[in-house]
Design a protein around this ligand. Sequence first.
Ligand SMILES: [Zn+2]
Ligand SMILES: [Zn+2]
Length: 433
Amino acid sequence: MRPGEERPLEGGACSGVSQLELLKLRAAERIDEAAERLGALSRAIWSEPELAYEEHRAHGVLTRFFEREPPAASWAVQPHYQLATAFRAEWEPLGVRAARRPLQLGFLCEYDALPGIGHACGHNLIAEVGAAAALGVKGALEGLPGPPPPVKVVVLGTPAEEDGGGKIDLIEAGAFKNLDVVFMAHPSQENAAYLPDVAEHDVIVKYYGKASHAAAYPWEGVNALDAAVLAYNNLSVLRQQMKPTWRVHGIIKSGGVKPNIIPSYSELIYYFRAPSMKELPVLTKKAEDCFRAAALATGCTVEIKGGAHDYYNVLPNKSLWKAYIENGKKLGIEFISEDAMLNGPSGSTDFGNVTFVVPGIHPYFYIGSNALNHTEQYTEAAGSQEAQFYTLRTAKALAMTALDVIFKPELLEKIKEDFKLQLQEEEFLNTVE
Ligand SMILES: [Zn+2]
Ligand SMILES: [Zn+2]
């Protein structure tokens, strides 16, 4: 096949419109047809918010959704896949001719909420986008008159994004093996095919001192609160020497029990972020020196415990994001400029780790509100009817991009090439097979 050529589709097409474009239209129609079911799915998750690793009701709602999708038993659903609240649902077209390995496209659903403020990050909409895009691709391929291409649509329910990193558990369990490209989308304030989500390392720091009467025998005490305060200040001083792209933020979780007792115990929680996994250990080392210095100065002992999982930065895949933008524009999505995209505000996500094992796209989408993520106003917006239009439009753009990947072998090659180059840039290639 020559570069740029599309894989031939079975069946006819109207003159002037390529068969692939018609197929994309069909995917969008299928998503519209399922709009009510998809909206109900998202609302059910939204109305009963659950925290990381505890998304039992959302898991039930999603697995039932795929089990009941017509025609009956078309999705092979594995509830409690690798984790209690993760799942996997697979669909393959009937009558695939080729015996070769199918192209496996993954659609990710998140569904955890935040403590106290519910779905303030709109993960109910992420679940809906993932489900909708998968239904769109399935619907389009089912309509092919001839033998379908060897494709497997895989929906992965990935719990615990806000805390813990369920995708990292799933990577370690092999859930992403054999996937060729993965797709998901995250609610935001703007439409961006990519935002530079950064790498993150979390620590819990504990200082152990010695209690004493703060008025009668203060010299007998070893003050753990002082150690925490010094650590906080050490890091604040370090900020002047930090790169502008680094972020350090922390809280004093425990700082004593009563003013007349010299605090014998204190605890801090800190998050460190840097644009890449190359820079993150540099920052972490400097920060740990700050914690140790505070222990030395006060005579406390210190325990520094890293979180179970580091979140990796999200690797860009330009070929994939370009295809997504092209499809999105056809649906009327207005994207922020590439410059704004690359310099935009960002957080961290366990999807970053996914992009180190398989090429993927994690675009952001506007949901009809200017409220900011992680606020009560955003919770309201994520549950509103207005968000539905934007959510389904994003799902359509993802489904259309997936169809490009299926029917343009040249694009898939470029996506794989981008992936390799990014890993090389991160000096990570040796760890990925
Ligand atoms: Zn989120
Ligand atoms: Zn969030």
